[in-house]
Design a protein around this ligand. Sequence first.
Ligand code: NAD
Length: 171
Amino acid sequence: MLFPGRFQPLHYGHIEVIKWMLNFGDEIIIAIGSTQKSHMVDNPFTAGERMVMIREALKEEGFDLSKFYIVPVPDIEYNSIWISYLESLLPPFDAVCSRNPLVIRLAKEERYDVLVPPFFLRSEYSGKKIRKKMLSGEKWESYVPPSVARIIKQISGIQRLIDSSLSDELE
Ligand code: NAD
């Protein structure tokens, strides 16, 4: 089963999706998308940082790492061939898990089974909301696994996010 996402950063919503997916199969390919993007307000963390966050969080949460592939995938301009591009890069997969409407559409067009997970506390477990909290100085740590919070602090991720949001325009 394929679970594509940006994981900017990995949060407990993603962890709940992964637990849910394990009801349907025992091998999960986590495709880290948009690997070319980092140092941006919507995409602050590099592909390598996201790989480490995911691996450390899976270990910390007690998942069996032998069930997972964690694969970085740069975006391409051609949505219509994205799924065949993934097929060329990734181990074989039989189903795609997502709530992202574009991902669902593209997977269905290529006749993949699509698993749509329930929302897990979307009011809190949302990358956008967590990044907003980081920017505004609110508490964000409880929405991500401790290892993810630790890595973000080690790389001065909050300051990077703040710097990425600045402009050199004079008001
Ligand atoms: P994301 O990290 O925001 O979310 C990953 C998945 O988790 C999504 O399916 C999302 O709906 C789900 N999720 C998040 N919080 C949840 C919660 N609380 N409860 C339940 N589910 C939750 O990542 P994303 O933006 O969906 O990532 C899609 C990736 O695929 C991007 O990198 C995108 O660029 C890539 N993509 C690329 C192309 C292309 O290259 N042409 C085309 C389509 C998609």
